[in-house]
Design a protein around this ligand. Structure first.
Ligand code: ADP
Length: 378
């Protein structure tokens, strides 16, 4: 027995009322393509009165070349039964009474009653959606282009600036070596300042170049024994650790993780060095570990590097990640270019993760970071 979709009191009048109040345009045609039903939304969409559309071939509602081909489409379908649109739905072009065209989404259902075939088309104007999509594509392309240009610009600028800066340094050095006896104290001081400034500019350019290279090269992803990587980083920092009497405490051994080994090593190196550097205690302590994700939560593990240093005021939690941003005088705390955290954050972001700070002034700082968006990893 056929399923029952309406009660006996549901009549033809009510069905018409529904058709006429449906937001989408609905057209019913027979197997010869003649329009049998044309609801109010259709009237609004195409500009034809029902009296003008009923009994006409549905090709009326489409532009050339589809208009001339539509009868053939129908014949092809009725003979081959191979659906190109029926039961699938796709984007097509509609033609209004005034000849203007517009994109629409068309889905067609087939109704077979004995030997009769009907096709019910549901149509939706997607002009606005298409405009948005096109705008978005244009915007994304423009953004990609400007990003690439910016990358190239940074690379070219920093690359081309290196040479003159190094030249300046060398010439200042010649002056210092060959004319030191002719110059008075003030002159020698100026030359030494010139050399210092050229050196600083050189290291700023070097960082900028490194940052732009970071953008230009793909990550080299593999499953990495992070504990072993961390041990290597600590080994390389050994002289600095000894000299500063720092202690490195690994609270929880690090897991194997899918990431770029060299770049993640750089994250740890930057954070450990900073923890020791921005520290006034006699014995800097750096705690490293991982907070495992809750089982089944899908959240990525959170790695941390905690120090007992000078702390970072909350108002600087974001700004310390900016290029060349330092919270201290140029030469305080052993000096620096203010790029380590920018590079660290970029590497974290390249892995799809994020980095943030927990700190209270004078109570040390904890840097926390993830290395993926969140699916479980080996
Ligand atoms: P740099 O160390 O070369 O200045 P960074 O980008 O690594 O550059 O750090 C930016 C600034 O953030 C530092 O100059 C310092 O003021 C602050 N900072 C970074 N790490 C710490 C830390 N562990 N404790 C306190 N301040 C820090």
């Amino acid at each position: 027995m056929d399923p029952v979709y309406e009660t006996e009191t549901f009549n033809r009048k009510q069905l018409h009322a529904i058709l006429d109040n449906t937001v989408d345009a609905i057209v019913v045609i027979n197997s010869r393509g003649l329009i049998l039903s044309f609801n109010r939304a259709c009237e609004k969409l195409f500009g034809y009165k029902p009296a003008e559309a009923l009994g006409q071939n549905v090709m009326l509602l489409m532009p050339e070349p589809f208009r001339s081909q539509h009868d053939q489409y129908l014949v092809n379908y009725l003979t081959s039964r191979a659906p190109k649109i029926i039961g699938i739905g796709r984007e097509v072009i509609g033609c209004r009474k005034d000849g203007s065209t517009f994109p629409m989404w068309l889905s067609i259902g087939e109704v077979i009653e004995g030997t009769d075939h009907f096709f019910v088309g549901i149509l939706r104007d997607i002009t606005e959606q298409k405009t948005h999509e096109e705008e978005l594509t244009r915007y994304t392309k423009a953004l990609e282009k400007s990003n690439t240009e910016l990358d190239e610009f940074v690379y070219i600028i920093s690359h081309d600036l290196k040479e003159p800066v190094r030249g300046m340094y060398s010439f200042a050095q010649f002056l210092d070596e060959d004319y030191a006896e002719i110059l008075d104290e003030e002159g020698r001081h100026r030359i030494s300042t010139l050399m210092k400034m050229a050196k600083r500019m050189d290291s700023l350019i070097e960082k900028l170049l490194y940052f732009s290279r970071l953008e230009r090269t793909e990550l080299s992803m593999a499953t990495v024994d992070l504990q072993e990587s961390l041990n290597e980083v600590i080994d390389l920092l050994e002289p600095y650790i000894e000299q500063t009497k720092a202690k490195i405490i690994v609270e929880t051994p690090l897991p194997d993780y899918y990431c770029d080994q060299a770049r993640v090593g750089e994250i740890f190196r930057n954070l450990i060095t900073n923890g020791i550097k921005y520290n006034k205690t006699d014995s800097p302590e750096i705690h490293i570990g991982v907070r495992p994700s809750e089982t089944g939560s899908g959240a990525p593990p959170v790695f941390f590097v905690r120090d007992n240093g000078i702390g970072i005021p909350e108002k600087h939690f974001h700004s310390v990640f900016k290029m060349f941003k330092r919270l201290h005088g140029r030469d305080d705390f052993g000096g620096g270019t203010g790029s380590g955290l920018t590079i660290t954050q970029r590497i974290v972001q390249q892995h799809g993760g994020r980095i943030w700070i927990e700190s209270e002034s004078g109570q040390g700082t904890t840097f926390l970071f993830t290395l993926s968006k969140g699916r479980e990893q080996s």
